[in-house]
Write a protein that binds this ligand. Sequence first.
Ligand SMILES: Nc1ncnc2c1ncn2[C@@H]1O[C@H](COP(=O)(O)OP(=O)(O)OP(=O)(O)O)[C@@H](O)[C@H]1O
Ligand SMILES: [Mg+2]
Length: 441
Amino acid sequence: MAGLLEHPGYDEERLKRAAEQLPCREVQAGMLLSLMGEPHQYCYPSIFIYGHRASGKSHVINVLMKELELPHATLSCVECVSVALLFEQVLRSFFGCDVASLLPRSPSLTDFVRIYRQQSPARQTRYIVMEKAELLRDADANLLPALLRLQELVEDNVTVILLSEIVWDTFRPNTGCFEPLLLHFPDYSKVELQQILSQDRHPSFSAELYSFYVSVLLGVFYSVCRDLRELRHLAALNFSKFCEPLAEGKVKETDTHKLWKNIEPHLKKAMQTVYLREVSSLQWEQMQQMEEETGALKGLSAHTHVELPFYSKFLLIAAYLASYNPARTDKRFFLKHHGKIKKTNFLKKNEKTTNHLLGPKPFPLDRLLAIFYSVVDGRVAPTASIFSQISSLVTLQLLAQVSHDDQLDSPKYKCAVSLEFICNISRTVNFDIMKYLYDFL
Ligand SMILES: Nc1ncnc2c1ncn2[C@@H]1O[C@H](COP(=O)(O)OP(=O)(O)OP(=O)(O)O)[C@@H](O)[C@H]1O
Ligand SMILES: [Mg+2]
């Protein structure tokens, strides 16, 4: 299944082992190998690799460095808070602690270059891999340009590989500098994610079964989350649940329909926490266990309220009402003295009960605020923090901002939580939301 990596100068067995660990990254790995050339040849002075989170940048480099046993120093720009640390780590990785200790107390670039040049020259290319390279932009202005042409400064076969989520254009200093070679890592497609995740299978289960599990998982989560790390975490988290009917002997491995029916509701429930992460994987497992023990199916949403501030809960409730009630009914629900509204007018036959089936509708900010002030009622609301709380709800993906380019000044929102979720939230603030939902009157 794994593609081939080929390059003269490297051991074939090793290349094969590397290729096996790099599914869906054969092209990028092959490209890197051809940039690197044979070990004793000089490589291009600097390579800039960019791509979104979890697109395999570090993975590809690590596998190549490790499997091909290339001399390298990997450092994270997050950890190297000072250039002194950076220089020290490079010297230590290449030449050992003794050489690293030659650096003066607060070393300059010149000190580093001088000490490096005193060492024996490389017999094969040395690599300096810098993770989170975007942080170099905040460092001393000379550092980045120097790293990009370090090969020339130290007169040695050394190459600097920068890894970043950000494009090169935002790095280039306005004084200009040596241009690195750019290599883009595209996002993984759904098919690729399927292939990569399927490799994690447990040896006691068949490849077909695990691959089926991954496809169910992707079917549920792919629309909201494409992050390989997150998906892998979710896959590990929910697999035991998936296997339950198998372990109990209720279902056979080949009965995929039954397996799917068992796991899908469970996954949908887990979806509410994809990015919230208000529970750690451990907590989530404990919660599931507790539910099973008590037999009460509370659902994850019952726990989520804990994190929200008091008024945010009311904002969310107001948003839910605005999303699911027709605007025309606001008067009846929220105006204290609304006069006479004919019942027959109010309850239009077809409109009723369908709002929840149709999904949330967008609403403008002023409608949200009007409903909010009405539902908080006597519980004096602080106006100042309301807007920041709305944007927090958007960040948490409990509200979705539906923006139109031509309507910058009047943002519209949609409520993105389920009925069960909002009922639980309402319960915590003693608000009987059912009385205010048009569909359930
Ligand atoms: N092609 C792949 N095959 C197997 N595992 C992969 C592959 N690509 C990435 N991974 C795994 O996914 C995780 C994230 O990948 P990696 O750390 O390489 O991402 P990254 O591009 O460096 O992201 P970041 O910008 O956040 O550092 C790692 O655990 C890695 O092992
Ligand atoms: Mg990385």
